[in-house]
Design a protein around this ligand. Structure first.
Ligand code: NAP
Ligand code: GCO
Length: 263
């Protein structure tokens, strides 16, 4: 029988206090995993715990800046003491800065790449020993449409997410022989705080121009919801995907397949 059950598995979801990470954490918990979520502050932990409780999930929150290797190592050590070794890692934490290249500073570029690309390397490196010891592991990197496409004002984000796609393939290549699968989940445009600026109606009540544009590029003709990603994440976290490795599973309502609606 196909096995989607995550009972007995320990999952760490970075950036799991809200948005996509919260939905992924809920989905993994509902599939039986013991879920540890990460975010940047005690305040975010409390916000996250309340949201998980409202969804009927008992989870564990850990504050750490995922770009800081020492903080990540300490967080993983606390999880070992509190829960045990980690079976599933979801590298979800991420930020975006929408600034034209000519106006973006090198530090701003570096900060986005630090969170969206360097941090998945740091977190994966911290958790791989657990998976090697257990003889299995699942790593899921949250990629993006910008892993495949460019767009104005998101140079740092697209560079990072393109890099994250290739980091995913490299981890798959290097650790597949240890029964560790590393895959990407590539959300389309999802209604979360990170995309609020692209959806807010105009002062005259009309749709945000990007909102209207996006509908013309999305066969499903809607924004995705964080919940749309939970099932694909459970699949990639479960034994049902043990021979899927180095794959980016796009959950985009068809955006990447579609040339766009004729005006
Ligand atoms: P979000 O609502 O802004 O949530 C981002 C999460 O990341 C928050 O929990 C935040 O923690 C955490 N975070 C940010 N920097 C961190 C750091 N240095 N250390 C630890 N945690 C950190 O964003 P989202 O829309 O859910 O996006 C989540 C992931 O999906 C990102 O990787 C994003 O690039 C990707 N994605 C989003 C979309 C979309 O349309 N929304 C589409 C494709 C891919 P705090 O709560 O403490 O701030
Ligand atoms: C943007 C958006 C996108 C989404 C997502 C698309 O400004 O273009 O923020 O980048 O966040 O990554 O998959």
């Amino acid at each position: 029988m196909v096995n989607f059950d995550l009972t007995g598995k320990v999952a760490l979801v970075t950036g799991g206090s809200q948005g996509i990470g919260l939905a992924l954490g809920i989905g993994l918990a509902q599939a039986g995993a013991t879920v540890c979520f990460n975010c940047t502050s005690e305040n975010s932990i409390q916000k996250g715990l309340a949201a998980y409780k409202e969804a009927g999930c008992t989870v564990y929150g850990y504050a750490a800046d995922v770009t800081d290797e020492e903080q990540v190592k300490n967080m993983v050590e606390k999880i070992h003491q509190d829960i045990g070794l980690i079976d599933i890692l979801v590298n979800n934490a991420g930020i975006i800065k929408r600034i034209p290249m000519l106006e973006m500073t090198a530090d701003e570029f570096r900060h986005v790449v630090d969170v969206d690309l360097n941090a998945p390397f740091i977190c994966t490196k911290a958790v791989l020993p657990d998976m090697l010891e257990k003889g299995h592991g699942k790593i899921i990197n949250i990629c993006s449409m910008m892993s495949e496409l460019g767009r104005e004002m998101v140079s740092a984000y697209a560079a990072a997410k393109g890099g994250l796609k290739m980091l995913t393939k490299n981890i798959a290549s290097e650790y597949g022989k240890y029964n560790i699968q590393c895959n990407g989940l590539g959300p389309g445009y999802i209604a979360t705080p990170l995309t609020e600026a692209l959806r807010t109606p105009q002062e005259d009540g009309s749709r945000h121009p990007f909102d209207a544009f996006l509908m013309s590029k999305t066969p499903a003709e809607r924004w995705g919801t964080p919940e749309d990603l939970a099932g694909p994440a459970v699949f990639l976290a479960s034994d049902a995907s043990n021979f899927v490795n180095g794959h980016i599973l796009y959950v985009d309502g068809g955006i990447l397949a579609y040339i766009g609606k004729q005006p």
